[in-house]
Design a protein around this ligand. Sequence first.
Ligand code: SF4
Ligand code: MG
Length: 330
Amino acid sequence: STELLAVRDLRIWYGTDRGPVRAVDRVSLDLAPGQALGLVGESGCGKSTLGRGLLGMLPPAAATDGEIRFQGRNLIGMSPARLRSLHGPAHGMIFQEPLTRLDPLMRVSEHFEETLHTHQPDLTRDEARHRALSALRGMGIPPTRYRSYPHEFSGGMRQRIMIALTLVLRPAFVVADEPTTALDVLVEAQIVRILADLRRNFATALLLITHNLGIVAESCDRVAVMYAGRIVEEGDVRQVFGAPAHPYTRELLASTISLATTELHYIPGAPPDLVDPPPGCRFHPRCPEAMRVCPARDPVDVEVDVGHRAACWLHGPESLVPPGMDARLT
Ligand code: SF4
Ligand code: MG
């Protein structure tokens, strides 16, 4: 297939005293080279866990099940050493909090030389330098600062250097987890532009995890809406934002749109506890359109339009809704 990434029935959970926290529960999705998928939803719905899971960067306490095919190889069950060998050339991650820190004793130039030498030993010194400078320039760090030490930069600049260090390898797949919350608006625009360049020039695929639906509308091809560990709706950005099929997506969009009109719309209630989620559709306690079938049965994915799916009983399939069960709950 032409897919870069094919995820099937992925589950990720953590054991706790209260029982397993099911952060990701039977998630399936596909990503093609150069494609950008936005992943949206409230805090605590499993977005970050899913992002880390797709890169094989989960903490050792996490248990996984299902399939993550990346360039044809299943990452589930792959040894930590093999997973690490993928990071860099194949995988990159831009975090709210960077995973690694800059070494205070190494110049910025040395960080780039070491990273490039480790992952792309065929590059000449000149090529490496050229690549590093252009990655830094893209993040607004002038070439004159190339030989500086980390402490000579502000915190925001150090973060941009970290991002440049990830992107200089031109990874096939980047996960950007809320890359903009800790950064100023200027940097937000720079990151979005650089990611667009990478996609165009090197077919880098992107998973963009964010609360900002506007950025998704602007920079992604597709969007997946996550609620309580599940993807409840997925499709082309225009389809999902233009004709949202799932009540949760509609609530999310309403809360964003009213932000612009300064009238804050909150989605009533809170996301569920992932140790003991509500039965049936997990959104039913908060759903304005819940029906009798909703707490009784798990909704199934229904294709509401070509390439646009939603898991909500409003869309059927009718054959699975027993007579009378389509009556409103309230
Ligand atoms: Fe609402 Fe029912 Fe759809 Fe869940 S399945 S989102 S409760 S209508
Ligand atoms: Mg998060």
